[in-house]
Ligand binder design. Structure first.
Ligand code: KG4
Ligand code: ZN
Length: 384
């Protein structure tokens, strides 16, 4: 069965085409998700457009999705024609299911994906006289979760590598940390059909906090990516930033205290050549990435380097504190990580440090928003 995954919830327009073996219903969760062969995944990012404004502007985003989605789909079909050696009408007729993100996200952006999916259904069913195809709604967060179990590099259409077959008893119960720009959740995934959110952020998401601190430091949008490059995997809280909900016994998270502390600290600095939120030029950013603090010459760069390391250290610390507590209390067989912030090398390193069982991280190509994860979550019917 050929399936499409469509994602337009935030600032990426993405469509993926996958081939999914239908004889897998009796197989384990892992074998089933990995029987999905990836034919093509196109992601068109709006980051450069929103960068100018320091964050996502919803109406602008929706307009960009509406403009890009046709190009993205055309590229999907072009690539699929080459890979499958079939013309596009045959490919379209073979699509059985369309999975589209319908929540959570920016309403006007989500609508673009949903309307596109419905129009496609109409066109394929009526105009191409193919059998009726179905459109299914998928939760974006279920998509992120699914992405961590997918062995991306071994699942391209032509590769026929046998997947390691982790039976369900090796994976479940699974404890999952989902960290994106909009969400921070600890999820207890008891079995493939039962999911419970055991903790979530009370205010900002971890990615949002990275981005806001990045903005204060003049790093542009999305700040998380640059903070992670600048701080590397160094753990050091020299600026003494607070770790949220440290002694709170819940599995919840909070980043507003850190954000406020960082704001006061950055605002009170007085440098001759740099002020709060002033954009750094590319030369400064390159130095920050390449050089250690001791080798940086400019005083404000020394400070920004320290701030990136301190901020990342405490953001990750809180995520790890809560995850470790949940691991100790729930004794999962496996753990996993997903969402945009799961690209963070320090977070990956620290999360796997204290856990002996299986650890699932999404491939680097699947940490950001993409159509593959939406198709996977849809096919697997991951509960919300
Ligand atoms: O999942 P995602 O692509 O979009 C949402 O669903 O929100 O996550 C985007 C977030 C942004 O906040 C971005 O700064 C963050 O992921 N991010 C990172 C890294 N790469 C992306 N944060 C920290 N370290 C990274 N390496
Ligand atoms: Zn996302």
């Amino acid at each position: 069965m050929y399936v499409l995954g469509i994602e337009t919830s935030c600032d990426e327009t993405s469509i993926a085409l996958l081939f999914f073996r239908e004889d897998t219903y009796q197989r384990s969760f892992y074998a089933k998700i990995n029987s999905a062969k990836l034919i093509v995944n196109i992601v068109s990012s709006q980051v450069n457009i929103h960068k100018e404004y320091g964050g996502v502007i919803p109406e602008l985003g929706a307009r960009e999705h509406a403009k890009n989605i046709f190009f993205v789909f055309n590229q999907v079909l072009q690539k699929a024609e080459n890979i499958l050696k079939q013309d596009r009408s045959k490919i379209l007729k073979n699509i059985t299911n369309i999975y589209v993100t319908t929540k959570p996200g920016l309403a006007s952006s989500l609508r673009v994906g949903r309307e596109f999916a419905k129009s496609l259904k109409f066109f394929i069913s009526n105009e191409l006289k193919a059998k009726t195809l179905n459109v299914f709604s998928v939760n974006h967060l279920s998509g992120h979760l699914a992405s961590s179990f997918y062995d991306y590099s071994n699942n391209f259409y032509k590769i026929n590598k046998k997947n390691q077959n982790f039976i369900d008893e090796y994976i479940f119960p699974h404890l999952h940390l989902l960290v994106s720009g909009g969400h921070t959740q600890l999820i207890y995934y008891k079995n493939p059909k039962s999911i419970k959110i055991i903790g979530e952020t009370l205010d900002d998401a971890a990615g949002e906090c990275f981005d806001k601190i990045g903005r204060m430091l003049g790093l542009g949008y999305p700040g998380g990516v640059l903070i992670s490059k600048i701080a590397n995997k160094k753990i050091d809280n020299t600026l003494d930033l607070p770790v949220g909900l440290k002694s709170n016994q819940s599995y919840n998270f909070s980043y507003s205290g850190l954000k406020t502390a960082a704001r006061y600290l950055v605002q009170k600095q007085s440098f001759k050549n740099w002020n709060f939120e002033e954009s750094l030029d590319i030369e400064d950013i390159n130095q920050l990435i390449k050089q250690d603090e001791k080798d940086l010459q400019k005083d404000y760069l020394k400070f920004i380097k320290k701030a990136c390391i301190s901020a990342q250290s405490v953001i990750v610390k809180q995520l790890i504190n809560k995850s470790n507590k949940a691991i100790a209390d729930f004794q999962p067989k496996s753990i996993g990580l997903s969402g945009g912030v799961s690209a963070n090398p320090l977070l990956r390193q620290e999360l796997k440090k204290n856990f002996d069982g299986l650890v699932f991280f999404p491939d680097k190509n699947l940490t950001g928003d993409n159509g593959v994860m939406i198709a996977l979550a849809g096919v697997m019917n991951i509960p919300e």
